[in-house]
Design a binder for this molecule. Structure first.
Ligand SMILES: [Zn+2]
Length: 423
C-alpha cells in the first residue's frame, strides 16, 4: 500500500507531497482508497461532504466502529501525516482477518477530505461540514489562490456541491472513532514506546497583527523621522517567542505580508499572522494578551498603529476519557502479556509488540496539532493513537517513522478495533 501511494502528488524537486483537496493528486489518492476497499470486499461510499467510507458490515447499521485519517497534504508535506492512519486502518483489518476475528458490529475505514486546508485555507473541511461546525454557506465562500471556490472545485472533481451539509444521522450511528497518526513531536522519541494514546488537543488559534506606519524613502528619510512598522513587527516576533518560552506554550509568526514590499521603501503596512497554542485556554489567552501588549508598547514608541484581529480559534479538545483509558489499559495489558518490543515469546499474537513497560506504561500525550478526530470528538466518542516519529519533524518531506514502529502501530490499532468491534 505504501509503495502504491508514494508517487502520488510528489513534487520532484522538493520530494514533498502536494495532495490538495479536489485536485488530480487527490483524485488519485481517492481512487487508491476505493480500490483498497473493493479489493477487500468492503462497501465503498462517498458521503454528502466528499468523505470516503469503506464498510465491513452494514453501512446503515448502528454502533459502528470507525478508523481512518486523511490522504491530503500540506504544501510539500511528508508521506506519513494522514496516509499512515489510512494505510494502518486497512492493514489492521487484514491483521484482524488473519486472527480470525469475528465482528459484532459494523466497521468502517474513513478518508476525511481536505483535512489540511492547504488549498482553501481552512483545516478539516470534510469533518467540520459533517459535524455541523462549518455551514454549507460558509463552505461555499471558501476560495483558493486561483479564485476557484470550493463548490466549483468539488463540481470539477465530480462531487455535487449542493449535497454538502451537517450529517448528524451518520455520526449518530458511530459508537467510536479512532484515528492513528504519526506523532508530530518527540515525546515518544524520548522513550521505549512506539505507540502512545492521545489525551487532548491543545486549544489553538490564529491572530492577524496589522502594523501601520508611513511609507517613505529608505535613502532620504532620517531615522528619527521614520514610522517604520517593520521595527514594531520585529519586536513583536521576539516578544512572542519570549512570552511563549516563559509559559511553556507555542507562538509562531510564520506568515507576513508587507506593503509596498520594496527594498528601498520603508513599509507602510506590515501584516503578520500569529499562530499560538497552549495546554489550556487560560494560558493561551494570557500569552496572546502579552504579545498584544508588547506590540502596542513598541508601536507607541515607534509611532506605529497596531490592530489585532482573531481570525480563528479552536477550544481545547479532551478526548473521551473512558475510551482513552480503555485503550491505554488494553495496550498496556497486551504489552505486558507479550513481553515488550522485540519479544516473540509465548502469548504474542501479532507480528510486533509495542512498549516495554507493564500495565499503565503506555504514554498518554497531548498535542498541539488539530485533527479530524478533534473535530468529531464533540459528536462521537473519539480516541487517537500516535506512532513514534524519531525526529519529531512533520509537515515536511523529512517526516518519518520506522517500518517497525509503523507495524507496531498497525498491531495496536488492530488490538483496539478487536476490543471495540468484536465483542
Ligand atoms: Zn494529519
Amino acid at each position: 500500500m505504501w509503495r502504491e501511494l508514494s508517487p502520488i502528488g510528489r513534487d520532484r524537486d522538493s520530494g514533498g507531497y502536494r495532495r490538495y483537496a479536489w485536485t488530480g493528486a487527490d483524485a488519485d489518492c481517492r481512487a487508491w482508497f476505493r480500490a483498497q476497499a473493493e479489493s477487500r470486499g468492503l462497501t465503498h461510499e462517498v458521503d454528502r461532504n466528499g468523505n470516503q467510507w469503506a464498510w465491513l458490515g452494514d453501512p446503515a447499521g448502528r454502533d459502528a466502529v470507525v478508523t481512518g485519517s486523511h490522504l491530503d497534504s500540506v504544501p510539500d508535506g511528508g508521506a506519513f501525516d494522514g496516509p499512515l492512519g489510512v494505510v494502518s486502518a486497512f492493514a489492521a483489518l487484514d491483521e484482524l482477518r488473519a486472527r480470525g476475528a469475528e465482528f459484532s458490529r459494523p466497521l468502517a475505514i474513513s478518508n476525511f477530505v481536505d483535512e489540511e486546508g492547504a488549498r482553501f485555507g481552512l483545516a478539516c473541511v470534510g469533518s467540520r461540514l459533517t459535524a455541523g461546525r462549518l455551514t454549507a454557506e460558509q463552505a461555499g465562500r471558501l476560495t483558493d489562490a486561483d479564485g476557484v471556490t470550493l463548490p466549483q472545485a468539488m463540481e470539477r472533481a465530480g462531487h455535487d456541491p449542493e449535497a454538502v451539509g451537517a450529517d448528524p444521522e451518520r455520526l449518530g450511528r458511530i459508537a467510536a472513532f479512532v484515528e492513528l497518526h504519526v506523532e508530530q513531536g518527540r515525546a515518544l522519541a524520548e522513550g521505549p514506546h512506539p505507540v502512545g494514546v492521545a489525551s487532548a488537543i491543545w486549544p489553538h488559534g490564529r491572530w492577524r497583527f496589522d502594523f501601520r506606519g508611513e511609507a517613505n524613502h529608505a535613502g532620504t528619510t532620517r531615522l528619527a523621522d521614520r514610522r517604520d512598522p517593520m521595527l514594531t513587527y520585529a519586536h513583536t516576533v521576539l516578544a512572542a517567542r519570549e512570552h511563549a518560552a516563559g509559559t511553556g506554550a507555542l507562538a509562531t509568526f510564520g506568515k507576513v505580508a508587507v506593503d509596498p514590499n520594496g527594498v528601498n521603501a520603508i513599509a507602510s503596512l506590515v501584516r503578520g499572522w500569529l499562530d499560538s497554542r497552549a495546554a489550556d485556554e487560560e494560558t493561551l489567552a494570557e500569552l496572546v494578551g502579552a504579545v498584544e501588549r508588547s506590540a502596542a508598547e513598541h508601536g507607541a514608541a515607534d509611532g506605529v498603529g497596531v490592530e489585532v484581529t482573531r481570525e480563528s480559534f479552536t477550544p481545547v479538545v479532551e478526548f473521551a476519557g473512558g475510551l482513552r483509558d480503555r485503550l491505554a489499559a488494553l495496550l498496556a495489558r497486551l504489552d505486558a502479556e507479550r513481553g515488550g518490543p522485540g519479544s516473540a515469546g509465548a502469548g504474542s499474537r501479532g507480528p510486533a509488540s509495542y512498549g516495554a513497560g507493564g500495565p499503565g506504561a503506555v504514554p498518554i500525550l497531548p498535542t498541539g496539532a488539530g485533527h479530524d478526530a478533534g473535530v468529531l470528538s464533540a459528536a462521537v466518542p473519539t480516541a487517537m493513537l500516535y506512532v513514534r516519529n524519531p525526529t519529531g519533524v512533520s509537515h515536511s518531506p523529512a517526516e518519518f517513522a520506522t517500518e517497525d514502529d509503523c507495524t507496531a502501530g498497525v498491531v495496536a490499532l488492530a488490538d483496539v478495533l478487536e476490543d471495540l468491534a468484536c465483542r
